[in-house]
Design a binder for this molecule. Structure first.
Ligand code: HEM
Length: 482
C-alpha cells in the first residue's frame, strides 16, 4: 500500500494547521467547574467584566469570525472553559462554552428557554425566516416533524444506490496526476444526491426545462458563495431578514427557478407519483388545513440544498487533507477498507469531524439567567457552543491535536462530547444522510484511488458563513485510479 511520496513526522505543528500558543502539547482546556444550571429570573448578575474580552475594533471582530480557531484556542489556553466576548459590530455580548456539563444543560433545556439563535444566523437572509433551520418555537417543531421521516434510516437507505452511482461516476472521471480540490469534486456529488432527495431528479440529473434552470441557477449561486465577494456580501447582509446587494442579485434566478419547479409540479399534479421532499411540502397542510405558501416552501427547499451539501463535501475534503498529512493513518485506513473493516471507517469519520468540525459552533439564546461554573450570564445572552474547543479538550481527548482514528475504535462517545451535528431539538436533520454519503465516498476513494501523501503544511481553516472549510479545498493528487 506504499504510496507515500515523502515521509512526514506523525506529529508536529506542520501537520496540525493551527497556529496556536498551546497547540500539540495540550489544548489547555481541562476539568473546570462543571456546575451548570438555569437560574431564577431575579438572578440577574451579569458575566463578570474581568472575564469579558472586549473586542473594540471592527477589524478584530472580523478576525474573530474569520479566524475563530486561533482566537478561541489562544484564549482557552489560560485554562478557562467559559469565555465572554463583546464584539464590535456584533449582536451584543456573547458567551462561549465548551464544557460537556455546560453543553448538556443547554441542549437538554426546554427549547422555549434556550432556543436556537437563528435570528442572528448569516444564513437567514439567504434561506429566509421560514425554514426548519431558521424558525423557532411551534413553527420549527411542525416543520421538523414534517421533514424528519424523510431523513430517517429507511428513507436514507433508499438514497444509497444513488450515492453509490454518483460516487462511482465521479471517481471514474478523476484526472490522474492533476491536483484536485476534493471539496469541489465532493460538492458535485453531494449536490446530485441532495437534488435527487429534495427535487426527485433521477441521480440529480434534470429532465425538464424547469429542473435544468434550477440546477444551473443553484450551481451559479454556489460558485458565487465560494468567491471573496461572498464575504463582503455576508457583511452587507448583516443581521437583516431579507437579502441585500449581491446576495439579492444572486438569489433572484434561484427563486425564479424554484417558482418554475413549483408551477411545473402543480401542473402535473395527479399524473405522476412523487416521493421527493418538494412533493411532501406541496401536499403538506397546516392544522387548520392551509397549504404552505410558495415562500415557505422555497425557504425549506433552499435550506435543505444549502445545509445538505457543502457541509458533507467539506468533511470529505478535511478527511483526506488529514490523511494525506498522516501517512501512517492513511495506510491503516486503506488496509482496513481492503479488509472490509467498516468499524475503522466509522472511527476515521468521527476523528475527522472531531479534529475538523465543519460547523465549529452552534448558537442558542438564553431567555433565562444561567450559571456556567462560576460565570453567571443574564437573560438574553447569546451562548455559542464551541464544538471546536469541546473536541480539543485534553481531558476528553488526550493529545487532542493528533489525528488518531484509533481513539474511536470500539468506543461510543459519551453524550455531548462529540457534536459535529450539534444537539438537542436542533440536531442536524440530515446527519444520517450525511453519514451514508461520507461512508460511501470515503470508503470508495480509499479503495480505488492512490493519493500522494506529503509534508506540505496543513491547510488552514477558512470560515465561510457558518462553516469551517480547508482553505485550498482539500487539495490532493491521484497517482493512480482503479
Ligand atoms: C457532514 C455533514 C453535516 C454536518 C457536519 C452538519 C452539521 C449541522 C449542525 C452543526 C447543525 C446545527 C445543529 C444545532 O444547532 O445544534 C445542522 C443543522 C441542520 N442540518 Fe446539517 N450537517 C451536515 C449535513 C446535512 C445534510 C446532508 C442535510 C440534509 C438536508 C442537513 C440539514 C440540516 C438541517 C435542515 C438543519 C437544521 C435543523 C434544525 O434546526 O432543526 N445537514 N447541521
Amino acid at each position: 500500500m506504499g504510496t507515500v511520496v515523502r515521509a512526514i513526522p506523525r506529529t508536529g505543528s506542520a501537520t496540525t494547521g493551527w497556529h496556536l500558543r498551546s497547540a500539540d502539547a495540550s489544548s489547555g482546556i481541562a476539568g473546570g467547574d462543571e456546575r451548570a444550571e438555569q437560574l431564577d429570573d431575579d438572578a440577574l448578575a451579569p458575566a463578570p467584566m474581568s472575564k469579558r474580552v472586549r473586542i473594540e475594533s471592527l477589524w478584530n471582530s472580523v478576525k474573530f469570525v474569520r479566524r475563530q480557531g486561533d482566537v478561541l484556542f489562544g484564549d482557552a489556553a489560560g485554562g478557562s472553559d467559559v469565555l465572554c466576548y463583546d464584539l464590535a459590530g456584533g449582536p451584543g455580548p456573547v458567551t462561549v462554552v465548551c464544557n460537556p456539563a455546560h453543553i448538556t444543560s443547554i441542549m437538554t433545556a426546554d427549547p422555549a428557554i434556550a432556543p436556537s439563535a437563528t435570528r442572528q444566523s448569516p444564513l437567514r437572509p439567504i434561506v429566509g425566516p421560514n425554514s426548519v433551520l431558521t424558525s423557532i418555537g411551534e413553527r420549527h417543531r411542525r416543520q421538523r416533524a414534517l421533514l424528519m421521516p424523510r431523513f430517517h434510516g429507511r428513507s436514507v437507505a433508499a438514497y444509497r444506490e444513488s450515492i453509490e452511482r454518483a460516487t462511482a461516476a465521479r471517481i471514474d472521471a478523476w484526472p490522474v496526476g492533476e491536483p484536485v480540490r476534493l471539496a469541489d469534486l465532493a460538492q458535485h456529488l453531494t449536490l446530485d444526491v441532495i437534488m435527487s432527495a429534495v427535487f426527485g431528479l433521477p441521480d440529480g440529473r434534470p429532465t425538464t426545462e424547469a429542473e435544468r434552470a434550477l440546477r444551473t441557477a443553484l450551481i451559479r449561486a454556489l460558485h458565487m458563495s465560494t468567491q471573496p465577494v461572498a464575504t463582503a456580501a455576508q457583511l452587507m447582509n448583516g443581521f437583516s431578514e431579507n437579502p441585500v446587494g449581491v446576495t439579492k442579485l444572486v438569489l433572484r434566478p434561484v427563486d425564479r427557478a424554484i417558482s418554475g419547479i413549483l408551477a411545473e409540479r402543480r401542473a402535473e399534479s395527479g399524473r405522476r407519483e412523487r416521493t421527493d421532499i418538494t412533493a411532501l411540502l406541496l401536499d403538506a397542510r397546516t392544522e387548520d388545513g392551509q397549504p404552505l405558501s410558495d415562500g415557505e416552501i422555497r425557504d425549506e427547499l433552499l435550506t435543505l440544498v444549502l445545509a445538505g451539501h457543502e457541509t458533507t463535501a467539506n468533511t470529505v475534503a478535511w478527511t483526506f487533507e488529514r490523511l494525506t498529512r498522516n501517512p501512517g493513518v492513511y495506510d491503516d485506513a486503506r488496509e482496513a477498507v481492503a479488509a472490509g473493516d467498516d468499524g475503522y471507517v466509522a472511527a476515521l469519520l468521527n476523528e475527522s469531524m472531531r479534529n475538523r468540525p465543519v460547523v465549529p459552533m452552534v448558537a442558542r439564546e438564553m431567555l433565562r439567567p444561567w450559571r456556567f461554573g462560576t460565570t453567571l450570564v443574564p437573560s438574553g445572552m447569546t451562548v455559542l457552543v464551541s464544538i471546536l474547543l469541546l473536541h480539543h479538550r485534553d481531558d476528553l481527548y488526550p493529545r487532542p491535536f493528533a489525528f488518531d482514528p484509533g481513539r474511536f475504535l470500539g468506543v461510543r462517545p459519551a453524550p455531548h462530547t462529540l457534536l459535529p451535528f450539534g444537539g438537542g431539538n436542533r440536531r442536524c436533520l440530515g446527519a444520517a444522510l450525511a453519514m451514508a454519503e461520507l461512508t460511501t465516498v470515503v470508503t470508495e476513494i480509499l479503495r480505488r484511488v492512490d493519493l500522494e501523501t506529503h509534508d506540505r503544511p496543513a491547510e488552514r481553516p477558512r470560515h465561510r458563513n457558518v462553516t469551517m472549510i480547508p482553505q485550498d479545498g482539500g487539495l490532493v493528487r491521484a497517482l493512480a485510479v482503479r
